[in-house]
Design a protein. Structure first.
Length: 78
């Protein structure tokens, strides 16, 4: 399990993962609310998901780099 590789408790690993998901949800909801209150609710409904999707697409290179580092760690432990 990955929590063993990084020498952390399984519960702290899960908490860290869930916190990351919460932050993402908070940013997505915040984006929608800012668009709805300050611009227009119709624009918020149309473009909030598009904006969030573009941000997620921009995070793909970071995810690839993290996966490469994880594979290196797994291969070193094996």
């Amino acid at each position: 399990m990955l929590s063993e590789i990084v020498n952390r408790n399984e519960f702290s690993y899960i908490l860290n993962h869930e916190f990351g998901l919460f932050v993402g949800r908070f940013i997505g909801a915040g984006t929608f609310l800012v668009l709805a209150f300050y611009i227009n609710s119709d624009i918020a409904l149309r473009y909030a998901l598009l904006i969030i999707g573009i941000v997620q697409l921009l995070s793909i290179p970071i995810a690839k780099q993290l996966l490469e580092q994880q594979n290196k760690l797994v291969n070193e432990k094996a």
